[in-house]
Design a binder for this molecule. Sequence first.
Ligand code: SF4
Ligand code: SF4
Length: 93
Amino acid sequence: MTEEISYPVINKEICKGCMRCIVGCPQNAILLSQDMNNAGYQFAYYSGNGCTGCKDCYFTCPEPLALEVHQYKKIVDDSVAKMIKAKANQGGN
Ligand code: SF4
Ligand code: SF4
């Protein structure tokens, strides 16, 4: 069994702190830092909780390369994980 994990990745040096992603996130999962980046902008960052992977933040961000949404599947069924590990130890045969 797998569980999908999603989270935004924000490049703080490209972010201009416009807050569109913050306002647009239905989960209120993005916050504005009190610190500034090298260009003098406060920057957005992921709170670490609540992202559902909807990508609203990605589509609302006006800065190319400032924000991506990463997603991956995590194996949560321990018996499957053990089976894969056993296979790997056998050299995949
Ligand atoms: S993908 Fe959706 S839920 Fe996740 S941080 Fe972006 S707007 Fe929020
Ligand atoms: S929408 Fe983009 S530029 Fe604006 S605060 Fe969010 S990451 Fe930064």
